[in-house]
Design a protein around this ligand. Structure first.
Ligand code: EN5
Length: 439
């Protein structure tokens, strides 16, 4: 059933993984193929997409806006901006050679792409150098020609040449075999536009008015000391984030240098927003931060789902919408100091019969404080995203996100994101234990 994946170092779909470890050991240099794989037709050639060239980035942008990921009903397609792609593909230590393209020999048109970028990932206290694979895209006219296996094998070959034998990737679809499955959650900021584009359910005028009221957000953020992140915060944010991730989750990136934090989190115009909370009692001390990034989706066709959820012909209803895209903010990393002071009242202490029970109570109270803190931080993120003209705020059910989703009126979407590891078998990870966000 999986002509390609059955040849690759990934667990079988039927396999019950009970022990973590690589499927094969590092390869010796002579075991790694020297030449690029042959393309299926002489009319195509491999190329490197130069991320420093504005023209080539525009070509990549165009390939993706026309051919990249869509939702299950083909109503929306991701529309990554050039600035976003530049950010995603140029982290510290990036390898130009891992930005693999395929061109039509004759016209030089870019017809396929796959990328890798290096990063360190920790899976349950084992830290590994890996490649993060993203933006696999094949022109719609070239589908079903067994090109995808070639793109994957070619980028793998180039990664092997740098002495890296593990990779991480996310896909909406089910393949052999996810280490984790996350679900998308959405929080409407502009319910009328979401409804008119078919992103959310059609409502009557009165139901829409009620919903708009229910979703109203405060005029300004509520957290004292909240401000945009600056360069001087990088060191503290790195410490805070690495500690927060490592303490709480089972698959996390490890930010080895300040340069990586600067790259991934320092605010970038129209790409990524990061806010920190500066402690009023200790000026300069950062206690929390959160970030979100911008990823619009092109509206492909009008919403065809009626109130009853039944699909109607595309021609039914009102005229074509005035909207070309939905502006979505996606929650990125966040962190908070976990050293919350918890003291039990004497009556609470009496109610605990053992030291063990007391410890458990302290732990659950700390957890309640973290939960309240995350609720206020993400509530502020919603306000800031609304003010930056986003229509919807998205996240997955990963990390501690379920601590704030219902309170802040997020609802589950129809999309899932599966996490995969290449050449590393790992016991399944529940979505709240995933601490790694992929763009
Ligand atoms: C890259 N490594 O399916 C691979 N999006 O829910 C990336 N649904 O936007 C793979 N279908 O639920 C990415 N509205 C896989 C995801 C691909 C994109 C995708 C889903 C995620 C999505 C929307 C629109 C559905 C349109 C019909 C959705 C409901 C919104 C509603 C708002 C209010 C609260 C309840 C939910």
């Amino acid at each position: 059933v999986h002509k390609f994946w059955s040849t690759q170092p990934v667990p079988k779909s039927s396999e019950q993984v009970t022990k973590d470890g690589p499927l094969h050991p590092p390869l010796a240099p002579e075991e790694i193929r020297q030449e690029p794989y042959d393309l299926p037709s002489g009319a195509m050639e491999w190329c490197v997409v130069d991320v420093e060239s504005a023209d080539e980035m525009k070509e990549l942008y165009t390939l993706l806006i026309e051919n990249y990921v869509e939702d299950a009903d083909s109503m929306f397609r991701f529309n990554y901006s050039v600035e976003f792609l530049t950010w995603a593909l140029m982290p510290p230590g990036y390898v130009p050679d891992w930005h693999v393209g395929v061109r039509d020999k004759e016209t030089k048109q870019l017809i396929a792409f796959i990328s890798g970028v290096p990063l360190d990932i920790m899976v349950r206290d084992k830290t590994m150098h890996m490649a993060e694979i993203n933006f696999l895209c094949l022109h719609k006219d070239l589908r079903d020609q067994r090109m995808t296996p070639l793109l994957i094998k070619e980028v793998t070959r180039r990664i092997h040449h740098k002495g890296i034998f593990q990779a991480v990737y996310t896909v909406g679809k089910l393949l052999p075999k996810p280490v984790s499955t996350c679900r998308y959650f959405h929080r409407s900021l502009n319910p009328k536009k979401l409804m008119e584009t078919g992103f959310s359910q059609k409502l009557s005028a009165s139901d829409l008015a009620k919903l708009t009221t229910a979703l109203r957000l405060p005029p300004t953020p509520s957290t004292p000391g909240l401000r945009l992140m600056r360069k001087g915060d990088v060191g503290q944010v790195r410490k805070l984030l690495n500690r927060f991730l490592k303490n709480r989750y089972e698959i996390v990136p490890v930010f080895k240098t300040d340069a990586e934090i600067l790259h991934w989190l320092l605010p970038r115009d129209k790409v990524v927003w990061t806010y920190v909370v500066e402690d009023k009692d200790h000026p300069g001390r950062i206690t929390d931060f959160f970030s979100f990034y911008s990823l619009p989706s092109t509206v492909l066709k009008r919403g065809t789902r009626g109130k009853d959820g039944v699909k109607k012909p595309a021609s039914a209803g009102k005229p074509q919408p005035a909207y070309k895209s939905v502006n979505a903010a996606y929650l990125f990393y966040y962190g908070t100091k976990e050293d919350y002071e918890v003291t039990l009242t004497s009556s609470e202490k009496e109610a605990c019969e053992s030291a063990k029970k007391e410890k458990a109570l302290v732990k659950s109270k700390k957890n309640d404080l973290i939960k309240e803190r995350l609720q206020s931080l993400v509530a502020d993120a919603l306000v800031l995203a609304r003010d930056a003209s986003f229509d919807v705020f998205n996240c997955l059910d990963m990390m501690d996100n379920l601590m704030f989703t219902s309170k802040l009126k997020f609802g589950p979407g129809d999309g899932y994101l599966r996490y995969y590891l290449y050449n590393y078998r790992a016991r399944p990870i529940e979505s709240p234990k995933v601490g790694f966000v992929m763009l």
